[in-house]
Design a protein around this ligand. Structure first.
Ligand code: PLP
Length: 396
């Protein structure tokens, strides 16, 4: 089919031409004498993306799942207690990983569509007078349901209770798109991958680690090798890696970090919020609802749209893909067939969002979902229109 394909899964995302061009280079010698001149400034600038001064960023070959593993394997011992909550496929898989590592996980089951249950976390942590809970897990943005949770709220609870547990955050579909503050929120390990907000191909696990988490490594007994923070820290200090790094991807990462910093993080977050608002306006105008059960849970990177009873969301996804070259995300696990997901993160602007929404309208109409054609795109235009905004500001 002629024309651009529409890539609106919530990762991998659309890759900027500048990032692609940055990776169109000959393979490089990762032990070259001048390699640190490339890596050391990259490590320093990545800290700005995580909003940390005291944390250390490690770039592992891998993906988000490897980042999860690095957090657990470096800081915990077999049988350690971990507090977690499950409200989507990714929070579920992280708990599964912890259990496979022999950790004792208290995983609170939450209705899919909501996020981290602060009151339950408070109750569990308050009852844990002996401080047996060694780590608390937060999936900042549950990509399966389009739900964002309150990381700062979890930190407040830990501080109020003076509970020393480590705070691990899965920021795979939030970091570099939604506000994330490593230092201010006292996060100990923040996990990200390259294929979402960083606008790169899959292949890197980008992990930010606090001084407290690095210190915990010394007494932690779980086995680790590939993801060992200490090996990485030692080699990184000189600008090198303990094994062959994905240098080509790191060239792309350099470009993506430059783009994010040039735009300014605050502007990146505001852009995501604005574009997400357009998607939500469209969903509302279609007479449908997001899986996220209220504004406090709305995600600015992905919206899972619940289809009407009796409709199959997979039909929308298949039709969008085959007839219109538009990739939408599918429903996973409990919400399979019930939702389709629109990814709205990374290298994205108004026109691209309109492309996605127009494509969704075409596909929904083809499969017989009842809505007024143009209602969603119209609502999005109203939401995005600069003229509308100017009028609102003038009226204020
Ligand atoms: C929130 C979240 N965490 C973890 C993962 C797993 O990351 P990966 O597929 O890069 O291993 C994903 C993947 O989409 C995700 O969305």
């Amino acid at each position: 089919m002629p024309g651009f394909k529409g890539m609106f899964v919530p990762g991998p995302t659309n890759m900027p031409f500048r990032v692609r061009q940055a990776m169109d280079v000959a393979l490089e010698d990762h032990r070259a004498p001048d390699f640190p001149q490339f890596t050391l400034p990259l490590f320093a600038d990545l800290k700005k993306i995580f909003q940390t001064k005291t944390g250390q960023v490690f770039i592992f070959n891998g993906s988000g799942t490897g980042g999860w593993e690095s957090a657990v394997a470096n800081t915990l011992s077999p049988g350690d207690k971990v507090l977690a909550s499950v409200f989507g496929q990714f929070s579920l898989l992280w708990v599964d990983l912890c259990r496979r590592f022999g950790l004792e996980v208290d995983a609170i089951d939450v209705e899919w569509g909501k996020g981290v249950p602060l009151d339950d976390y408070r109750a569990r942590l308050a009852a844990d007078k002996a401080h047996t809970i060694k780590a608390v897990l937060v999936t900042h943005n549950e990509t399966a349901t389009g739900v964002t949770s309150d990381v700062a709220g979890v930190r407040r609870i830990l501080d109020e209770l003076k509970h020393p547990a480590l705070l691990f955050v899965d920021g795979v579909s939030s970091i570099a798109s939604i506000d994330f503050r490593m230092d201010e929120w006292g996060v100990d390990v923040a996990v990200c991958g390259s294929q979402k907000g960083f606008m790169l191909p899959t292949g890197l696990a980008i992990v930010c680690v606090s001084e407290k988490a690095l210190a915990a490594r010394q007494s932690a007994k779980l086995p680790r090798c590939f993801f060992d923070f200490a090996d990485m820290a030692k080699a990184n200090a000189q600008g090198y890696f303990p094994y062959t790094p994905a240098v080509t991807l790191m060239r792309g990462l350099r470009a993506s970090v430059d783009m994010l910093l040039e735009e300014g993080l605050a502007n990146v977050f505001a852009r995501h919020h604005r574009l997400a608002g357009a998607v939500r306006a469209a969903v509302d105008a279609w007479g449908l609802r997001p899986c996220a059960q209220g504004p406090e849970w709305y995600s600015d990177t992905v919206t899972a749209v619940v289809v009407p009873e009796g409709c199959d969301a997979n039909e929308v996804i298949k039709t969008a893909y085959h007839r219109y070259d538009l990739s939408l995300g599918g429903g996973l696990n409990k919400v399979a067939g019930k939702v389709f997901r629109i990814g709205h993160l990374g290298w994205l602007n108004e026109i691209m969002v309109m492309q996605a929404l127009g494509g969704v309208e075409l596909a929904m109409r083809d499969v017989g979902i009842k809505f007024e054609p143009g209602s969603g795109t119209g609502a999005a235009v109203r939401h995005l229109s600069h003229a509308d905004q100017a009028m609102r500001i003038a009226a204020e």
